[in-house]
Design a protein around this ligand. Structure first.
Ligand SMILES: Nc1nc2c(ncn2[C@@H]2O[C@H](COP(=O)(O)OP(=O)(O)OP(=O)(O)O)[C@@H](O)[C@H]2O)c(=O)[nH]1
Length: 190
């Protein structure tokens, strides 16, 4: 069957997980051995292509990987690698490994609203600045940020044509940064 979304999905999972104190992408989640596998398998059927963006292959399952060789940990490093090393698409859906409860309907809404914007991201009480549609037109700004060792995603959003799409369901956008967030997400899905 043809996938619902005609763009690739890229899952950022190359972070330090310093607040979680262990690699969050490898934490067991729902019926899967890891959060990365859970995100990958649940989103794969909906997208044309899907990739995990990280620094090395740390997974116990077969997946398309976009590996970067930088020793700097930052989503901007992941973004730059995605944009500079791939050339078979103009825009992509970006999601972090630690937001496993976002609904497909919300992803659809973000994609539908992304036309004519460089970045289209979700907002509940705060802006979820790594969850949305990213156009490769941001390449110059991202590469300049890396050159200047600037890693603030909010700076990137302010520097390009950004659309913010509001959502009400806070639980759907829960970000698993701390062990308590992980426990909460497990209780929501169980
Ligand atoms: N590919 C890639 N992804 C990254 C990198 N740094 C962070 N990420 C991912 O970007 C998202 C947001 O990362 P952060 O919140 O900055 O860092 P984190 O590793 O999740 O957690 P903390 O270390 O506690 O801040 C997460 O999905 C990370 O896995 C990187 O250098 N490369």
């Amino acid at each position: 069957m043809k996938p619902q979304f005609d763009i690739p999905c890229i899952i950022l999972c190359g972070g330090k997980s310093s607040r979680m104190k262990e690699d969050k992408s490898l934490l067991p989640f729902a019926n899967e051995t890891s959060l990365a596998k859970y995100q990958y398998n649940r989103l794969k059927p909906y997208f044309k292509e899907i990739y995990l963006s990280c620094k090395n292959n740390k997974f116990d399952f077969e997946a398309n990987l976009l590996l970067e060789d930088s020793s700097i940990y930052s989503p901007i490093v992941g973004l730059a690698n995605i944009i500079n090393k791939t050339n078979n698409y103009d825009k992509f859906f970006l999601i972090t490994v630690d937001t496993p409860l976002i609904k497909i309907e919300s992803i659809k809404e973000l994609i539908n609203q992304s036309e004519n914007y460089d970045i289209t991201v979700a907002q509940t009480k705060r802006v979820h600045n790594l969850c949305g549609v990213f156009s490769k037109d941001i390449k110059t700004v991202v590469n300049q940020m890396l050159l200047e060792d600037m890693h603030k995603i909010s700076y990137l959003l302010d520097s390009v044509k950004t659309k913010i799409v509001k959502f009400n369901n806070e639980d759907e956008f829960i970000n698993l940064n701390h062990p308590e967030d992980y426990k909460k997400a497990l209780s929501i899905i169980s």
